[in-house]
Design a binder for this molecule. Structure first.
Ligand SMILES: Nc1nc2c(ncn2[C@@H]2O[C@H](COP(=O)(O)OP(=O)(O)OP(=O)(O)O)[C@@H](O)[C@H]2O)c(=O)[nH]1
Ligand SMILES: [Mg+2]
Length: 330
């Protein structure tokens, strides 16, 4: 074996130099740190002694192909479920032949995810009460929704703020309504809501902004219940507002908390803050609620759209097909 030596200011730079010249074949045998020069200008130095080993050859293309895992449709389906935060148990619902191509697996999965999903394409009722946890995006979304109905469907819309406890929250809705010229009515008690009823009769839709509540907040829940007793039942929609990043279990708790059977649709907010939508699809599948709108950012009115499959499918991950395969242009 042949030994070589090389000297530099320190060990690292000596090794770097050796590797620059001989590549990864360098193996250091010994190292010696010392100082050199006169007493007035003494400098640190390091000498390494090294030898070279044979570098393993790069595998050729043919060998690489052979080393890859063989394609398996069932494994591919599992990887899609995993990447999209969908439950692995969903795979049991598919009878896949191991030779099914990727595109076939993707089409089957999209069909399964969307065939029973309900979309609420119309807002039919007059009073639209957005309920949901604090900070989920109720106020922002209802302003967006009111603007959407006004500009896309020519509806006459207003906002009713029913925020009994938080003085600051009224400021936010006041400012938004002023900026977007939305008529705003304010009530701090159910009696006040009742007395506003005649003034609200001229509007097609009245979006009701409620205080957010935590699931443990009994006080706020009672206010919400009281409010719902003064709004005409047949003309009122209770819309659950949920955060796109929330876990399925938490979403199902919110669904129960905010009156499962009395809820009739869902608004999903903050889609821009998550990269997977499997949790939302699973929640919609389990709750059977119809998806009404989706919000994907803070900008009003831009970051908002009517919910439909073509908005959600492009958000599925690892698909070899793009959305146009599922929604060809007419
Ligand atoms: N990134 C992102 N932020 C959002 C979205 N929707 C709302 N927000 C932000 O979330 C924060 C809370 O929004 P609000 O509309 O005040 O939420 P809320 O549910 O009315 O809150 P409470 O009245 O306190 O219960 C604000 O900073 C919004 O700008 C969204 O789709 N994406
Ligand atoms: Mg609010």
């Amino acid at each position: 074996m042949e030994f070589l030596t090389l000297e530099s200011t320190d060990y690292e730079s000596a090794l770097r130099q050796a590797r620059r010249e001989y590549g990864n074949a360098v193996r250091v045998h010994t190292r010696k740190d010392f100082s050199k020069g006169s007493a007035l200008s003494r400098k640190q130095a390091c000498r390494i002694t090294f030898y070279l080993v044979a570098e393993s050859p790069m595998p050729n293309e043919e060998e690489e192909v052979q080393q890859q895992e063989p394609y398996d449709a069932v494994a591919y389906l599992q990887s899609l479920l995993l990447a999209n935060d969908l439950p692995p148990s969903l795979a049991e619902e598919f009878a896949l032949a191991s030779g099914s191509e990727k595109a076939e697996v993707e089409i089957l999965l999209v069909r399964r995810l969307f065939e029973e999903l309900a979309f609420a394409d119309q807002v039919a009722r007059k009073f639209l009460v957005l309920v949901g946890l604090a900070g989920v995006g109720k106020t922002t979304s209802l302003v967006k929704a009111a603007l959407f109905l006004r500009s896309h469907q020519g509806r006459k819309v207003a906002v009713l703020s029913f925020d009994v406890h938080r003085i600051g929250a009224v400021q936010q809705v006041r400012e938004l309504c002023r900026n977007f010229s939305l008529p705003l009515f304010e009530a701090d008690s159910v009696q006040a809501v009742q007395s506003l009823m005649p003034s609200l009769s001229e509007f097609d839709h009245v979006f009701v902004d409620t205080s957010g509540s935590s699931i443990k907040d009994e006080f706020l829940r009672q206010d919400l219940q009281a409010l719902l007793t003064v709004l005409p039942l047949e003309q009122t929609s209770r819309i659950l507002t949920i955060n796109a990043s929330a876990k399925v279990g938490d979403l199902l708790s919110q669904y129960e908390e905010f009156g499962s059977h009395a809820l009739d649709s869902v608004i999903v907010t903050k889609l821009d803050e998550t990269s997977t939508i499997g949790n939302i699809l699973t929640f919609l599948d389990k709750s059977k609620l119809a998806l009404l709108y989706v919000a994907d950012g803070q900008e009003i009115p831009e970051d908002f759209s009517q919910a439909e499959a073509s908005v959600l499918v492009p958000r599925l991950k690892l698909f070899s097909l793009d959305g146009s395969h599922f929604f060809p242009s007419p």
